[in-house]
Design a protein around this ligand. Structure first.
Ligand code: SF4
Length: 352
């Protein structure tokens, strides 16, 4: 098992060059659903709301609990936290303006998650699998593609890889976005690992993350330290950094959301593990569990390769059925701690 903080420092050196940032070459890399939605080699789009009937539904209906909760198959109807709802809610604009999300991936990650759908080489900060872009070039690409897009496209999303290894990309990109396209919204994905690096950029990050047109989602890996280590390949002692990072971001004034993959090892004690995780989240903020979404892990092509590679490393994916984890969280645990009224709200409507 490795030290993810050390890895982050090593990757950092390779991910920034002359105020440019290394983005992964997604096109042709075998990622899915990214592959189907590639815009150019380095940019793709994501439409978070794929529920049938959503596009044509009235705004009122889109904000009703018709689009919340779980489907009959046990999985969620829509992603409960997502930039579409967060942007529309915070900026008081229509949801349709934010459903198509322009996405890029930083070409390095300091974890090696066993379920990751990004091919490992794309997360290795190797310039053979990416290209350096300045913030100005990224925003130019966004505006060029937006101009030709049939659907409204007003969200820029930085995904990964792990962007907080190089928080400069977040700061620079936000400032550039505000110069050229100030009615846009910035959405950031982080794995909550690079707490020391984030602290070094505290003041600049605060200026960006406290803005209304910025949202950030932190992906927790595992619900206890043992599972964290199996999932990420990192040493168990780094499990707690995620909670420190989440608190740090919330204290900066960020509109913060959370994920955790539906992987809980050992079905017999899954409930205890999830409940202890819920307690840890509540220590940060009582309502944080209501802003968390359980992430369904899909067997996309690159993910299957990562499943096999991790198994050889002794970190096979959890065998606990994912629907079971969804059921425990949404139908049992949340009900135990929160009112029905709170559970009918979208994540963005929950106050931290
Ligand atoms: S799932 Fe996310 S955090 Fe994990 S290795 Fe992949 S990009 Fe990194």
């Amino acid at each position: 098992m490795f030290n993810p903080s050390q890895r982050a420092r090593m990757l950092r050196k390779k991910l920034i060059r002359d105020n440019k940032y290394l983005l992964a070459k997604i096109g042709g890399a075998g990622q899915d659903p990214g592959e189907r939605k590639v815009l150019t080699d380095y940019f793709r789009y994501k439409d978070y709301i794929d529920k049938p009937g959503w596009v044509k539904a009235s705004e009122k209906k889109k904000w009703s609990d018709k689009f919340l909760g779980l489907r009959k198959n046990g999985f969620k109807r829509t992603e409960f936290q997502n930039p579409t709802y967060s942007a529309a809610y915070n900026l008081k604009r229509s949801l349709a303006e934010f459903s198509k999300v322009f996405t890029m991936q930083v070409a390095g990650c300091n974890y090696s998650c066993n379920y990751c759908f990004v091919p490992r080489e794309l997360n290795s900060a190797d310039k053979r699998y990416g290209r350096f872009f300045s913030a100005k070039e990224i925003v130019e690409e966004f505006l060029r593609i937006k101009k030709d897009s049939k659907e409204a496209m007003n969200v820029i999303r930085i995904s990964g890889g792990e962007c907080m290894i190089i928080p400069e990309i977040v700061i620079d990109l936000y400032n550039e976005m505000m110069k050229k396209s100030e009615d846009s919204y910035l959405w950031i994905d982080t794995n909550l690992s690079a707490i020391e690096i984030m602290k070094e950029q505290k003041n600049e990050l605060e200026k960006v993350l406290s803005q209304k047109n910025v949202g950030i989602v932190g992906c927790f890996k595992g619900t206890v330290k043992e599972d964290f280590s199996l999932i990420t390949g990192a040493k168990e002692k780094f499990y707690k950094n995620q909670f420190e990072a989440a608190k740090f971001l919330i204290d900066l004034g960020a509109d913060f959301y959370a994920y955790v993959p539906a992987y809980v090892y050992d079905k017999k004690i899954a409930k205890e593990k999830l409940e202890s995780f819920l307690f840890e989240l509540r220590k940060i903020s009582k309502n944080l569990p209501l802003r968390l979404e359980i992430l369904k892990v899909e067997d996309f092509p690159a993910a299957k390769i990562n499943f096999e590679l991790s198994e050889k490393e002794g970190r096979a994916i959890s065998k606990t059925n994912q629907e079971y984890v969804f059921d425990l969280w949404y139908n049992k645990l949340l009900l135990k701690y929160y009112s029905e009224e709170a559970l009918k709200k979208f994540c963005c409507e929950i106050e931290l």
